[in-house]
Each structure stands twice: as C-alpha cells, then as structure tokens.
Design a protein around this ligand. Structure first.
Ligand code: C2E
Ligand code: CA
Ligand code: CA
Ligand code: CA
Length: 277
C-alpha cells in the first residue's frame, strides 16, 4: 500500500505503488514542475588535480517546489525512473545543459558538461538523435558533453545499453561510468564498454583517509582505470588531505565540497572566475 506522504519530509518513498492515487498525483506534480519552471539545474565542477584547472561540470537536478522548497534529486529521481517520467526530466536537463554550456562558453569559460543518464534513457532509441539536435541548437559539438551512467543502469539490459553506448560514443560523446565500485557486476564487462572515464564512488573517497581498506580500493581503482586507458575522477573530495592523497595516487580529476558544492549557473560562473584568477 502507498505510504502516506508528509509535507516537509520525503516526497517519494519506495513503497509508493505505481498506479496508486498518490503515485498519480506525484506524477502530475512532476509534470507541473517541468511545465511550470520549477526545475533547477545545478552545476558542480570537476577539476584536474595536478593543476586545479576546471575541466567540466556535472549537471545535477533540483526541484524548487512551491511548498516544500528545494527538493534533492533522491526524493524524486527514483520515482521518475520507475514511472518512465525520467525521460522528460533528462530531456529538460540536456536542453538546460546545452544552454548553460553556451552561456559559459560565451564568457570564455570553456568546459564540458556531464549529464546523468538512467536505464530508461539508455532504452530510448531516439536518445542519440535527440541529444545531438539539442546540442546543435546551441552550437555545441558532441565533445562538449559527457554522459554519466551507473554500472547498474547498464546491467539492467547490457545488450541494449551497449548498443546505445556504442552509438553515442561513435557520435563523439564522452562516456563515464558513475559510482564505480558500488555495483556487483564483474570487472569483465568493463573492457567491452566504449567509455572514457571512470568515477570512483564517493563512499570510498570519503572513507579513504581513515580506512585502509577504502584507501586500497581507491588506489587499485585508479590503477585499473589507467591500465584501461581511462581518465579517473574521484567524487566526494571533501578535504585538502584527500586532494593531496588522490594527486599522489595519480588520480586525474576531483569533484567535491572541498572544491565547490553544486550551484546555479550564475553562481557557478562567478566561482569559476574567482577559482581561475
Ligand atoms: P551522482 O550522480 O553520484 O552525483 C553526485 C552526488 O554527490 C550529488 O548529489 C552531489 O551533490 C554529491 N556530492 C558532490 N560532492 C560531494 C562531497 O564532497 N561530499 C558529499 N557527501 N557529496 C557530494 P545530488 O546532487 O544530491 O544527486 C544525487 C544523485 O541524484 C546523483 O548522484 C544522481 O544519481 C541523481 N541525479 C541528480 N541529478 C540527476 C539527473 O539530472 N538525472 C539523473 N538521471 N539522475 C540525477
Ligand atoms: Ca553522476
Ligand atoms: Ca556518482
Ligand atoms: Ca550516486
């Protein structure tokens, strides 16, 4: 049965039945969010650890809800994935990201934008065409966009995911494996994937300073990525010590609160300017 939704707390609970009254009303609320301009695109930088140079920014979705305030993605993305509504959200994020890329580029803040994709997006046959049309509208080429995909999104239907990923890769998009190390898939699948980047999950990075086991995982993931010719990014970089350790281990890029939190484009642009000065 559907769990009662309370104001101020989680909008989405995994117990929500698809097709229930609550689920339907949440879906229409989400639809209104897209149409009524309640979605916000936040950007968080990824920087090169050796130089501090800004390489890219990850696009992260927020919902500016009229009553509940700023709602984090974990409170509505899983629901959107379950219902398939994620495709609408992804389309919005892609369009907004292309626009942000163009605005930043016009201020000499050249970077790549990373967008998160879900299983449902990978199953969408029209996705590659949709993405390139969106980019063309803003004069961005395929190289300006990186697509982040989790292991589990790929493992849902590896055959079809691989088809889409190959197509996207041939078109020139950069592809990244997100949350690496949290899935239970074998490493063997990695070698067959047309990816360019691997992101070490923040759980390992956050624990690495205090837990030797996590430090070992981080170290061997960096080695693995480099052996496969991939760029490796550490997420959850929260301290100066973590930066130092990761740089020593040869990790290429970092993303985390120590560098900057996700923020709206205007603020991101000001941050970029100050950071690069
Ligand atoms: P993710 O793709 O793994 O994104 C990174 C998350 O880590 C973000 O949470 C970010 O704010 C957070 N983070 C960054 N640096 C640090 C740090 O130093 N410490 C800690 N503790 N956390 C850090 P956020 O924005 O709440 O997003 C959560 C998840 O929601 C994302 O995880 C992603 O799976 C999903 N998501 C967000 N936006 C989108 C979207 O547009 N589409 C899809 N499909 N999923 C999205
Ligand atoms: Ca991500
Ligand atoms: Ca991640
Ligand atoms: Ca994650």
């Amino acid at each position: 049965a559907a769990k009662k939704r309370q104001t101020g707390s989680a909008i989405y609970s995994p117990q929500l039945d698809a097709g229930s009254q609550e689920s339907l009303s949440l879906l229409s609320e989400l639809r209104r969010a897209v149409e009524g301009g309640q979605l916000r695109l936040y950007l968080q930088p990824k920087v090169e650890l050796k130089t501090g140079r800004v390489i890219s920014a990850e696009a992260l979705l927020r919902w500016q809800h009229p009553e509940r305030g700023l709602v984090p993605p974990m409170q509505f993305i899983p629901f959107a994935e379950q219902t398939g509504f994620i495709r609408e959200l992804t389309r919005w994020v892609l369009a907004e990201s292309a626009q942000a890329w163009a605005a930043l580029n016009a201020q000499n803040q050249a970077l790549r934008i990373s967008v998160n994709l879900s299983t449902r997006d990978l199953m969408d046959q029209d996705l590659p065409a949709k993405i390139s049309a969106m980019l063309a509208q803003y004069g961005a080429n395929t190289d300006s966009l990186c697509l982040e995909i989790t292991e589990s999104a790929i493992m849902d239907d590896p055959q079809r995911a691989l088809e889409t990923l190959n197509q996207l890769h041939e078109m020139g998009f950069k592809l990244s494996i997100d949350d690496f190390g949290t899935g239970y898939s074998s490493l063997a699948y990695l070698k067959g994937l047309p990816v360019d980047e691997l992101k070490i999950d923040k759980s390992f990075v956050l624990a690495m300073e205090t837990d030797l086991g996590d430090a070992k995982i981080v170290r061997s993931t960096i080695e693995l990525a480099h052996n496969m010719g991939l760029t490796v990014v550490a997420e959850g970089l929260e301290t100066g010590m973590a930066w130092k350790l990761l740089a020593e281990l040869g990790c290429d890029e970092g993303q985390g609160y120590f560098i900057a939190k996700p923020m709206p484009q205007e603020q991101f642009s000001a941050w970029f300017k100050a950071w690069s000065a």
